[in-house]
Structure formats: structure tokens, C-alpha cells
Design a protein around this ligand. Structure first.
Ligand code: K7E
Ligand code: CUA
Length: 659
């Protein structure tokens, strides 16, 4: 099948009337220009120009691609366990996935957000959200590893997240589901939604120097669904904008009941004001429970701390923090242009795209140009906040990115296309079909003050006939467009990991030279490090045995271990002594019921293994590290409980000492 019929689109969107629009896309065949291959070609041995950080959706991971080649460079486990890297399986990383509900080894990662300085991407960190059990992660772009995960109390479905202020002062996270606050009695009838359910927005502070996150404060807001958001920038720095749906406050059959009103809202938040109130001591201390998990690069270990308090401002008590702006109809994306003046609200069910003006919003607030209140908060008159409407742009608008040259690019899920339009005069300039049903889209720096508008990438929900069939499940897909000219030109399709939602991209120069090559062995402060083969040992502590092991091409030390008894818990603490780029060693032992380990140069990682039966257990390096990699192995002997075989270890002896 090469295209969707109007009827199929109608099925996808349900009851929406399609009569006024032509269905797209029409022509798969003519979509790619003759010079496309050359434009996406990166010769073997050459680097890509951009890093592309792509959310993995239900895979819980984040993947890193090179652009324009579409090469997959790395998959970073974030809210997931990853047997390839031992993430979530090694003793050092388990704590990263701890929450107030215990270990949660999976989540749904929708949005990636690169850190910024002065509104420009600075290449230090990339943040990601956990949509299900609300958490925000920070990934360090020197190691390409998750460095921190913080859980969010008073939240459920952390979707409007993580979006940052222009100097990464805050990572901001709005709850998708409103729920009773954590310190209230949550045992209430679901149909008391209107009375008992609240929407919370978290402001997570980010330390300028080391990136450490803490919840600075939360805003308790009306019980609606926050969908997406973006910070103001430039003139609108100090403000935050959230798209809200289910302003009907329905708790059943939202498909129908949350689509009743002709307009939902964009909520404008004066976060600088909220910050002032917090500084003035107006916050209420609320007792809650949430995990703060940090990975320490010196000890190569994560710690998890359960915190018990947050500061909350109930926005109803402060009339100058939150304002609602009517926005047609079930808005999804909420995007702010590079100047900070224009706010684009994309109503999924709307036949137009409204663009709001920050100046007009300010004027309307000053003049109290309100049409009433919603939950005790002022609602600004639609026309007073409106810059204008993009008429008949397409069907099912979702997200908008910007090129910094006065143009916006909006994704249309239902008509399956990207539409380029001029923000000031609201004229459509170009359309490009996507295959099929685009969700998010990305221009490098496209949500910052300074876009780098060479490429646009579409992240599509449906792949259908684009790739070789792989059974009922097909890979999801991204499409690369050259947008350097007036018209968008499709130049490449590439498959993605999991379901991509938001993604961001940045020029490689900002990251590649800061990329870490090794961990210095001298700086290794792991409590079980062995900084040389002379320091290797095996120590029994009751039923636990600690093996201090080292790896270097091409042996594991020790490689003969005896005196382990059935039922012992054995902890292999493995230090990779290499100090060379790209020389990890792996570790696996027969019967291990978690993953392998992959240990980077200078690093120590620990595998827990239980000796469940008597016998000889080979172990080996899992990473083909040298010509003698297959020789990089050893044996461990397990004797019956109470056996007289002494605990001993060796390497290089012709045979073990004991008989
Ligand atoms: Cu997929 Cu940003 Cu969760 Cu739109 S959201 S597509
Ligand atoms: Cu070390 Cu293979």
C-alpha cells in the first residue's frame, strides 16, 4: 500500500470532519530528488555534522544518530535496563532506577531537551522524561550516560516535560494526569475529579556547575491535563507556556468527554513571580516521598536517596502567576519562536493554528482584559492574546519548530505532512508529505533562540510500506529533509529505536571534543577497586564473597578461583585497567541470571552471582578486545556447603594448588 485513503484517515481521527481538506500524501514516488543520496552521504571514515538525540518512547531509552547519514551511534539506557551495557543489572547502576515505588526498570520516554546557555544549546546535558512513573533524567554528554534521575511527587504521567528555561536554571515538568495531591487522602471516588484532582507543575533546579537536580518548588494548578510546554525566551524569558486539555475535567471516555469544549487553554505562567513568592517564604512545605538518584563518576556508583518534602505554591492564592488563554481545540504542541514573541498552540482537532503574541498577552494582563475565571484564575480574551490564525494549514497539527528566519514548520498527523509557514503574515509557504503520520519534528536548535536550519527531521508514527517487512511489528521511522532552500526536500529515511517522540539535534562540534575517552584509573574511588593485578584478591564475609578482579588485554586476574561454596553470593568487582580509548572488557559467568558487564577503561563494575550448584563455572570477557580475546577467560570452582576446600585464587599457575 502506498498511501492512505481519506477513509483510513477518518478512521484514525474518529469523528473529525474531513470535507474541507484534500487528503495527503499523494505521491510517494516523486518525493525524493535525484541529488538526495549525495546530500545524505557521509563517506566512510568521515564524521557526521550533527548529533541527533531521539526519544525512544516505550523503549525507555534515548538513541543518538549522526546526521545527515542517519547512522545509529549509540543507544543510551535511561528508564530501562540494558543487558548490553549491564545498566540496571550491575550493582552500581541498580539504584538509578529506584523510585518511591521501589525499582522501576522501565518507562516511556517522550521528550529530549538539550541544555542551553543564553537560549542557545550548550552541549552539556540532555534531559528526558519518564511519562509513566514521573521522573526526569539528565544524561551527561561527556560520557553519554544517564547521570541522574529525579522522581516527581504529586504527579502522574509526566508528559509536559522536560522543558528548560534559557539558562537551564530549571527543568520544568507538568503532569499529564491530575490526581489528588500525595499528602491528601487519595481514596476518593473517581467522579469527585472536579473537587479533588489537582495538576502539578514541578520546577527542578539544575546546578550550573555539575548539573545536579533538585525540586526547587511545585505549583499546584487546576485539575486539567497538561500536555506540552515551552519556556519563554528573550522578551518572554521568565514565562512558561503549557497546553492544557481536558478542561472539561472528565474522568471517563476522554475521547469524547474531553473534546466537548470548542476551546481548551494555553496556560501562561509567570515563573519569575512564582520564584519571588518562594524566596519570600510563601511556599507550603508538603510531605511527600520521591527518589533522587545520582551516579558518581569517581566511585562509579549510583546512590538513591528518598526525599520527603517539597515546597508548593497553590497558584489560586496568588493572582499574578497563572493566566489562561483560550486555544482551539485540545492543544498538543506549545511552541515559542526564537524571538520569544510568538506562541504557537497546535489544537489536534482544530482546523486552524492560532499564534499568540507575548506583547498582546502582557497588554491584556495589564488591562485586565479577561473574559472570566477558570478555577479562580483569570482567562484572557482569545482575540486580545491572538497574533493571528494560520488558516486551513492541514489536518491534526501537533508540533512546531522554527528556522530563525521567520518561518515555522508544523507537523500534521492526520494529513501526514510538514507545513512551512511564515509566522508574521501567516502564509503557507511549502508542504512536504511524510510517510506516514508524523508526530514530532526537529530542526537543530529549532526550539532555541538560535536555530541551525540546515535539516528537518520528521518522526513518524506509522511505517507501513517503507521498509522490508519484519512481521507484524515494523520499525518506526524518521525522515530527513534538506531545508536550506525555499522548498523542503526529502533526502533520507532511517529507522528508529522504539517510538520516537521529540528529538533534538546539535552541531557535532559542540559535543565531540568534550567526549570522554577513558576514566583515569588514579581517580577511581570505587570501594572495591583493584588498581593493579597485585591488588586483586578474594575475600569471604560470611555467605558473601567479594572478588576483586582486574581485566587487561588479554586476561582476567585472578582466573582460577576455588573455595566458593554452594549458596554463596559472589560479587565480582571488576576493574578495567586499560587506559586506552575504546577498549572495554566484558564479564560473564555461566548461570548468571542478570546481564553481562561491560567495563570501560579505568572503571569498576560489579556483577552479583549466586553459586546455585556444585561444579566448575567458566567465566570470560564478552567484548572482542584483542587477538587473544577468546583466551580471556577463567574458571571458578563451587564446592558443597561446609566443604574444606580453602578459599584461594591465582593466575598463571600451571594448576590450582588444591586437589
Ligand atoms: Cu508523542 Cu510529545 Cu508524547 Cu506529540 S508527544 S507526537
Ligand atoms: Cu577482554 Cu575480550
Amino acid at each position: 500500500m502506498t498511501q492512505f485513503s481519506c477513509k483510513q484517515w477518518a478512521l484514525l481521527i474518529g469523528c473529525l470532519s474531513l470535507s474541507m481538506f484534500a487528503c495527503k500524501p499523494k505521491n510517494t514516488g516523486s518525493a525524493v530528488g535525484a541529488d538526495a543520496a549525495a546530500k545524505a552521504y557521509v563517506a566512510p571514515g568521515q564524521y557526521d555534522q550533527f548529533y541527533n538525540f531521539v526519544s525512544g518512547g516505550f523503549s525507555g531509552q534515548m538513541s543518538v544518530y549522526g546526521l545527515p547519514s542517519g547512522r545509529l551511534l549509540r543507544v543510551i539506557p535511561v528508564f530501562s535496563v540494558d543487558p548490553e551495557k549491564g545498566w540496571g543489572y550491575s550493582e552500581e547502576t541498580k539504584a538509578m532506577l529506584n523510585t518511591s515505588h521501589g525499582m522501576v526498570p522501565w518507562d516511556d520516554l517522550h521528550h529530549t531537551e538539550l541544555s542551553q546557555t543564553n537560549g542557545e544549546i550548550d552541549g552539556r546535558w540532555v534531559f528526558g522524561n519518564a511519562n509513566n512513573t514521573p521522573r526526569v533524567a539528565r544524561i551527561d554528554l561527556t560520557t553519554f550516560r544517564t547521570a541522574e534521575i529525579i522522581e516527581l511527587p504529586n504527579s502522574a504521567g509526566n508528559h509536559s516535560s522536560p522543558f528548560i528555561t534559557e539558562n537551564t536554571e530549571y527543568v520544568v515538568a507538568g503532569t499529564r494526569f491530575s490526581v489528588p495531591p500525595d499528602d491528601a487522602n487519595g481514596d476518593v471516588a473517581i467522579d469527585t475529579y472536579k473537587d479533588n484532582f489537582k495538576g502539578t507543575i514541578s520546577f527542578i533546579s539544575v546546578d550550573k556547575n555539575d548539573g545536579k537536580m533538585d525540586i526547587a518548588f511545585q505549583l499546584q494548578c487546576p485539575g486539567v491535563n497538561f500536555d506540552l510546554s515551552h519556556a519563554g525566551k528573550g522578551k518572554s524569558n521568565g514565562w512558561f507556556f503549557f497546553s492544557c486539555y481536558n478542561t472539561e475535567k472528565a474522568s471517563t471516555l476522554l475521547e469524547v468527554n474531553a473534546s466537548q469544549r470548542d476551546k481548551d487553554f494555553i496556560m501562561a505562567v509567570n515563573w519569575k513571580k512564582a520564584e519571588e513568592y518562594i524566596k519570600a517564604g510563601k511556599g507550603r512545605k508538603q510531605s511527600v516521598k520521591y527518589a533522587s538518584n545520582r551516579y558518581d563518576e569517581k566511585t562509579h556508583s549510583a546512590t538513591s536517596q528518598i526525599k520527603t518534602e517539597v515546597l508548593v505554591l497553590d497558584v489560586k492564592d496568588f493572582k499574578d502567576i497563572c493566566y489562561f488563554i483560550p486555544c482551539p481545540k485540545s492543544p498538543h504542541g506549545c511552541d515559542v519562536d526564537p524571538t520569544g514573541e510568538y506562541i504557537v498552540g497546535s489544537g489536534k482537532l482544530a482546523a486552524l493554528v492560532p499564534v499568540f503574541s507575548f506583547d498582546k498577552i502582557q497588554k491584556a494582563i495589564a488591562a485586565k482584559d479577561f473574559i472570566g475565571e477558570f478555577d479562580g484564575l483569570p482567562v484572557i480574551k482569545y482575540e486580545s492574546a491572538l497574533h493571528g490564525e494560520l488558516q486551513k494549514p492541514g489536518l491534526g497539527p501537533l508540533h512546531t519548530e522554527f528556522d530563525g528566519k521567520g518561518n515555522a514548520y508544523t507537523s500534521f498527523f492526520v494529513s501526514s505532512e510538514v507545513v512551512k509557514w511564515n509566522i508574521k503574515d501567516l502564509k503557507v509557504l511549502d508542504r512536504a508529505a511524510t510517510y506516514y503520520s508524523i508526530g514530532h519534528l526537529t530542526i537543530p536548535g529549532g526550539d532555541s533562540k538560535k536555530p541551525d536550519p540546515k535539516y528537518l527531521i520528521a518522526y513518524n508514527k506509522i511505517t507501513k510500506d517503507r521498509y522490508l517487512p519484519t512481521g507484524p511489528e515494523l520499525s518506526q521511522s524518521a525522515q530527513l529533509f534538506d531545508i536550506s532552500g525555499d522548498k523542503m526536500q526529502l533526502i533520507l529515511d532511517f529507522p528508529t529505536i522504539g517510538e520516537p517522540h521529540y528529538a533534538q539535534a546539535v552541531r557535532a562540534d559542540l559535543i565531540k571534543d568534550k567526549s570522554l575517552k577513558i576514566f583515569k584509573i588514579d581517580d577511581n574511588q570505587h570501594p572495591y577497586v583493584a588498581k593493579g593485578e597485585g591488588a586483586t584478591k578474594v575475600v569471604r564475609e560470611g555467605g558473601k564473597v567479594h572478588v576483586y578482579m582486574t581485566t587487561i588485554r588479554s586476561h582476567l586476574a585472578p582466573d582460577n578461583i576455588e573455595g566458593i561454596q554452594q549458596g554463596d553470593e559472589v560479587y565480582f568487582h571488576i576493574t578495567n585497567l586499560e587506559q586506552d580509548w575504546d577498549v572495554p572488557h566484558g564479564f560473564a559467568i555461566k548461570g548468571a541470571n542478570n546481564a553481562e558487564l561491560l567495563i570501560m577503561p579505568g572503571e569498576t563494575q560489579t556483577l552479583k552471582w549466586v553459586a546455585d550448584r556444585v561444579g566448575i563455572y567458566p567465566f570470560y570477557c564478552t567484548d572482542f578486545c584483542s587477538a587473544l580475546h577468546q583466551e580471556m577467560s577463567g574458571y571458578l570452582r563451587v564446592s558443597p556447603k561446609g566443604s574444606k576446600v580453602p578459599l584461594q585464587f591465582s593466575i598463571g599457575k600451571t594448576a590450582p594448588v588444591s586437589k
